[in-house]
Design a protein around this ligand. Structure first.
Ligand SMILES: [Zn+2]
Length: 218
C-alpha cells in the first residue's frame, strides 16, 4: 500500500505523466451509492489489491477517504489517509460516540460542493486491517468525521442525508442543474452560492481533500 502513495504523490513531482486511477469514482445519481454493502468474508490477495487500487484512486482524486461503493464495489471496506499514511479498514463498525462538532464536509461522490455539517466529535471504530488484525480505534475531530462519513457510504447513505432542510434544498437544485448539463449556479439563489465550494484552499472534511489549518467551529 505504501507503493500506492509513492506513485500518486511522486509522479507529478518527477515529471512523469499522471497515473490513471484504477477506478472512476461513482458520483451522485449512481444507484450503487444507495445500496448497503455486504460484510467481507475473507481477507485475501484480491481484497488487498482492491484496497491498493482504491488508495491510488483516492490519492489521485485527491481525497482523504474512499469507501468501496464509491468505486462500484458492494463490500464493507474503506481506505483512508489523513496525513498518517495509507490505511484500510475491513468490516468497520462504529460502536460509541460522544459530543458534537460542526465542520465543513465534502464528498468525492458529490464533487466540488461542501456544507457545514454536525456530526459526533468522537467515535469508536472496530474492524480489521488487511493482515487480519483486529482494530479498535478511538477517533476525534477529522478522523472521527471521516470514519462517520465512510461508514455512511457503507450503509448506502450520502452526506446529502446529513444536511438540514435549507442546505438540502440548495444541494438538490444544484444537482438537478448538473443533471441537465447546466452550470451549478444561476446566480439567483444565495443558498446555492453559500454551498458552492471553490477550487484551492477549501476547508473540507468527509472524504474530499482536507486543509486542517483553517478554523473549526464546534
Ligand atoms: Zn464521500
Amino acid at each position: 500500500m505504501g507503493c500506492a502513495r509513492r506513485w500518486a504523490r511522486q509522479c507529478p513531482e518527477w515529471g512523469y505523466p499522471r497515473i490513471v486511477a484504477p477506478f472512476q469514482i461513482r458520483v451522485f445519481g449512481d444507484p450503487v451509492l444507495r445500496q448497503p454493502t455486504q460484510d467481507v468474508t475473507e481477507i485475501d490477495e484480491n481484497l488487498v489489491k482492491l484496497a491498493d487500487d482504491m488508495l491510488v484512486t483516492m490519492y489521485e482524486a485527491p481525497g482523504v477517504g474512499l469507501a468501496a461503493p464509491q468505486v462500484g464495489i458492494q463490500k464493507r471496506l474503506f481506505v483512508y489517509d489523513i496525513g498518517t499514511g495509507p490505511h484500510a479498514v475491513v468490516n468497520p463498525r462504529l460502536s460509541a460516540h460522544e459530543g458534537e462538532w460542526t465542520y465543513e464536509e465534502g464528498c468525492l461522490s458529490v464533487p466540488e460542493l461542501s456544507w457545514s455539517i454536525v456530526r459526533y466529535e468522537c467515535v469508536h471504530l472496530d474492524g480489521w486491517d488487511l493482515d487480519g488484525n483486529e482494530l479498535s480505534i478511538d477517533a476525534d475531530e477529522l478522523l472521527a468525521r471521516m470514519f462517520q462519513h465512510e461508514c455512511d457510504h457503507l450503509d448506502g447513505m450520502l452526506l446529502l442525508e446529513r444536511l438540514d432542510k435549507r442546505q438540502r434544498k440548495g444541494a438538490m437544485k444544484t444537482l438537478r442543474r448538473r443533471a441537465l448539463g447546466l452550470p451549478d449556479n444561476d446566480g439567483s439563489d444565495h443558498a446555492d452560492l453559500e454551498n458552492q465550494a471553490g477550487s484551492d484552499g477549501d476547508v473540507v472534511s468527509g472524504d474530499a481533500a482536507v486543509d486542517d489549518t483553517a478554523p473549526a467551529t464546534r
